[in-house]
Design a protein around this ligand. Structure first.
Ligand code: ATP
Ligand code: MG
Length: 591
């Protein structure tokens, strides 16, 4: 049998009729049932021969496109010493997601979650002057992260394969160019992988001007929610959405703040009803309040990595919005954040649960950050720091002065797009890639400088770029599957053609083998189902395994024809035996 033909009778493969019990997403169900991967522990998987083929093809595409932009491949160990990560602060900052371990002498090691430090040190060791720059390096390697919720199969592994690359430039313009090249390469990679992606901005304005974008594969099962503005094309991670602040208002024409008894108002709704029942009026007549006129003060505590103590933080948002914990987390990162528990309230008796207001927080020295909509001159209904009492017309900039703003309120469909181009709609995706202008942070921490052409040392500026390689395999399966199984795009399919010998007639087996050899000779890889199984089992497996084209050699052979099926469209046609090799080899790519 020719190279390029794999007989299923000898293939190390067992397909499953049932979904694995723990499989929540379609990629996990199908990749397990079709015998591509097996679970070893939560978030930890083994790859079987069919899975290895897809993984290999995905890696080949990534290598091809990285090489095309002049990136050079290197390889680092996954087992790493503590020191470089200590120097950048990430030994502690990375938190519980970092796998830390000790060697027999008691020295600290970690399993690399990402390799900025090592790349920086490698470049530091091998370069000295501006002549050595720019340089871009990459690797395809296992990463380790003790993810909190390793559900979703290989979409979110605790051990997974990532392509990570890093660019090193001496100038900001150089970094911009390196970043742009990666962006283009990523667009080509995802197109070749057959993935439909959306580029979203990933960095909030608060973190400075450095650029960061994510490539999200559109998928209803995606863990990432993003928003986009159909009118302007703006798209961003929910964490990165900035809230346009309305203009400041005049303080002078605002009525004075008045405290009212507000018994039995445990919710914003009951509070609004109560205030509307007070019969307040101004020169325009009766005043009506809505939830958006109330100021909700959510108490949280934050803790910097490595610190023991938690610090109180008050977060003020308009009462018609919830605090979005993911946005809050992103805003306070790298600090951790948690809601206050009963014990915290007990330890801080000035906090009158349900009636917390900005004035009480200021009096007690609690840091207070507000939503950007809460600008100077806006008047609010909010807690009066006494049980059963609220204050009306507490004016920002007059009666209280927040310590700053924070992006923590939920983003809603219909909100104005930050670019002023329209309104936002929500969508879901899977993060496939991330490109990020790191700047000089790592180079500074690890002392990576180069002698410039002017003879002065300059600190190198870096970009960091990741693609989830194992995640790509699962994401392709998410986007390309139906109720019968996987539907691989041609460039990543384990085999280009799946040949099924339908009956027991030896003539069928012989013709099928001949077709397989012919297609393989044309440079395509072929899977030949020569098993002694029923046609029904073979057809079901062919659909489950998902090769782009199936050739069935069956009863039609008596009339000199075989059946060619396109997996994606389901379209079938009869082709004369003598034409099938030529037709298929002409229509498909060489592997
Ligand atoms: P996520 O938000 O999904 O956790 P991340 O922001 O932590 O991703 P990066 O650190 O930027 O991801 O890693 C680069 C790429 O590696 C991601 O874009 C993603 O494709 C992939 N990746 C990250 N975490 C995992 C994981 N646990 N399993 C598989 N792939 C992952
Ligand atoms: Mg992550």
């Amino acid at each position: 049998m020719a190279r390029g033909v794999t007989r299923m009778s000898g293939l190390f493969l067992r397909t499953l009729r049932e979904d694995p019990a723990d499989a929540e997403v379609i990629s996990h169900r199908l990749l397990a049932r079709a015998g591509y991967v097996r679970r070893v522990a939560p978030g930890i998987y083994s790859w079987l021969p069919l899975g290895m083929k897809v993984l290999g093809r995905v890696e080949a595409i990534i290598r091809d496109e990285m090489d095309a932009i002049g990136a050079q491949e290197v390889h680092f160990p996954a087992l790493l010493p503590r020191e470089p990560y200590e120097a950048t602060g990430r030994w502690t900052e990375y938190g519980p997601a970092l796998f830390r371990l000790k060697d027999r002498k008691g020295a600290d090691y970690l399993l690399g979650p990402t390799h900025e430090e090592l790349f920086t040190l490698m470049v530091k060791g091998e370069t000295s002057s501006y002549r050595d720059f720019p340089v871009t390096l990459y690797q395809i390697q296992n990463k380790y992260r003790d993810e909190e919720r390793p559900r979703a199969g290989i979409l979110r592994g605790r051990e997974f394969v990532m392509k990570d690359s890093y660019s090193f430039d001496l100038t900001d313009e150089g970094l911009d160019a390196s970043y742009a090249r990666h962006r283009e390469a990523y667009l080509r990679i995802f197109a070749r992988l057959g993935l439909e992606t959306q580029i979203v901005s990933a960095m909030s304005g608060a973190m400075g001007g450095s650029k960061s974008e994510e490539f999200l594969a559109t998928a209803a099962s995606g863990e990432d929610t993003y928003v986009r503005c159909p009118a302007s094309g703006y798209a961003a991670n929910v964490e990165a959405v900035t809230t346009p602040a309305p203009p400041d208002e005049s303080v002078a024409d605002k009525p004075g703040a008045v405290v009212y008894d507000t018994p039995d108002t445990p919710t914003i709704e009951t509070l609004v009803d109560h205030v509307n029942g007070l019969g307040l009026a101004n020169e325009n007549g009766a005043r009506t309040f809505t939830a958006a006129d109330t100021l909700k003060n959510v108490m949280v505590k934050t803790r910097l990595p490595g610190a023991e103590e938690w610090t109180l933080l008050g977060v003020g948002v308009p009462g018609d919005r919830e605090v979005d914990m993911k946005r809050l987390e992103a805003s306070v990162a790298p600090a951790d954040v948690a809601l206050l528990e009963d014990a915290d309230f007990a330890a801080n008796p000035f906090l009158t649960k349900g009636y917390i207001g900005p004035v009480g927080l200021a009096k007690n020295g609690v840091r207070y950050l507000v939503d950007p909509r809460i600008v100077t001159g806006t008047a609010w209904v909010t807690g009066a720091d006494e049980h059963g009492r609220h204050v009306v017309d507490l004016v920002a900039g007059r009666d209280f002065t927040p310590d700053g703003t924070i992006e923590a309120a939920e983003v809603r469909e219909g909100d104005p797009s930050p670019d002023g181009g329209g309104t936002l709609v929500a969508a879901r995706g899977i993060e496939m890639g991330h490109i990020f202008q790191l700047g000089r942070k790592y180079a500074e921490a690890l002392g990576l400088t180069a002698l410039g052409s002017d003879g002065k040392p300059a600190t190198v500026t870096m970009g960091s770029y990741g693609v989830g390689v194992t995640r790509a395999v699962a994401t392709i399966a998410e986007q390309h599957a139906d109720d019968k199984g996987l539907v691989w795009p041609a460039e990543v399919a384990p085999y280009a053609v799946h040949i099924v010998v339908a009956g027991k007639d030896p003539a069928q087996a012989e013709v099928a083998a001949g077709i397989a050899d012919g297609i393989a000779a044309a440079g395509l890889e072929v899977l030949l189902d020569d098993r002694k199984a029923s046609p029904g089992v073979k057809f079901a497996d062919a659909e489950l395994l998902g090769m782009p084209t199936t050739v069935t050699v069956g009863r039609g052979l008596a009339n000199g024809v075989v059946e060619v099926t396109d997996r994606a469209s389901g379209e079938r046609r009869e082709v004369p035996v003598d034409d099938v090799v030529g037709e298929i080899s002409a229509g498909l790519r060489p592997s």
